[in-house]
Design a protein around this ligand. Structure first.
Ligand code: ZN
Length: 309
């Protein structure tokens, strides 16, 4: 990254299914000059109007933006050669289907360079630039909240492909005795169907943050997460796994105990097979929360903008 791209002022948009977090800045902490959030709602055109107006107002206060970074819920088209690059595509959120985010914002502002990726790859890039993945060219970032998403880097490149990874829909073996049908509209009991906040709510009959620390749902939740993490470790061999999103805060159980349970169960599932001390006595530094906390996404959008320069 050159000096000039590091100095340029970036307009960042973390486009989520519930809210759009917008910011202007050069990085995390005091390099983040302003931020706001708007409910995503079901009128994409008027939300893009509000986002563009807010960005224009920030330009009058903080100076001219040099690029935009957009980290969006999906599915999205990430193929730069495609006519629908920068679009949200077949999302179940009807009002946002086939919305041209990049073109919509460029049309309302001006023809700025734009970096565009999934919300989870955005957060991964934020953690790579300023957080828990600094210096690591092979890592996975997961978010477990209203959905489950996974992204990250392999060999220093963001994970893209035919589309982009959809790790949340991983097929997992069922824990013995568990017949909860799952909540994924496509697959029922895929990882997302079993382990999101809404899945925990459906399973327990109450929101996860209200459950006691000894509620059996936490055992199942961390067991399924451990199975998914073992699959990721076997398939991708990341040097670190970062778990963001709301579920890891774990209400009355607490983040620390949640991570301890996940790490213990991952070791049990791997059963010593890989022989790496990082996955054994070093596992506390291997499966970690995001260093940027809930700012990973919006900071990642800034990093995407910097990359576009
Ligand atoms: Zn699914």
């Amino acid at each position: 990254m050159s000096e000039s791209s590091r100095d340029g002022l970036i307009g960042a948009i973390e486009a989520g299914g519930t809210k759009f977090v917008c910011a202007v800045g050069r990085g995390p902490g005091e390099k983040l000059l302003a931020r706001v959030s708007f409910p995503t709602g079901d009128d994409s055109a008027s939300l893009l109007d509000r986002v563009a107006a807010w960005l224009a107002e920030q330009e009058s206060r903080h100076g001219r933006l040099t690029a935009l970074g957009i980290a969006s819920f999906g599915p999205v088209d990430l193929d730069p050669g495609s006519p629908t690059w920068g679009h949200i595509t077949s999302t179940p959120k009807i009002a946002w289907q086939y919305t041209d985010l990049v073109g919509g914002l460029r049309g309302r502002l001006r023809d700025l360079p734009v970096g565009f990726d999934t919300d989870v790859n955005g957060a991964a890039l934020g953690e790579y630039a300023w957080g828990a993945a600094q210096g690591l060219d092979d890592f996975i970032y997961l978010t477990i909240g209203t959905g489950i998403g996974g992204g990250g880097m392999v060999g220093g490149r963001m994970m893209h492909g035919l589309l982009h990874p959809e790790m949340g829909h991983m097929v997992l073996p069922r824990v013995k005795g568990d017949d909860f049908p799952g909540v994924c509209p496509f697959h029922g009991a895929c990882w997302e169907g079993l382990c999101t906040g809404p899945a925990m709510n459906a399973r327990a009959g109450a929101p996860a943050e209200t459950l006691g620390a000894d509620h059996p749902v936490w055992e199942l939740e961390t067991q399924y997460i451990a199975l998914a993490l073992a699959n990721i470790i076997y398939n991708v061999s990341p040097r670190r796994i970062i778990i963001g999103g709301s579920v890891r805060k774990a209400g009355h159980l607490g983040e620390e105990r949640f991570f301890r349970m996940v790490r213990t169960k991952v070791r049990e599932v791997l059963n010593g097979y890989l022989g790496s001390p990082v996955l054994d006595e070093g596992i506390d530094g291997y499966i970690v929360p995001p260093l940027l906390g809930d700012d990973a996404g919006v900071c990642g959008a800034i990093a995407l903008g910097q990359r576009a320069l």
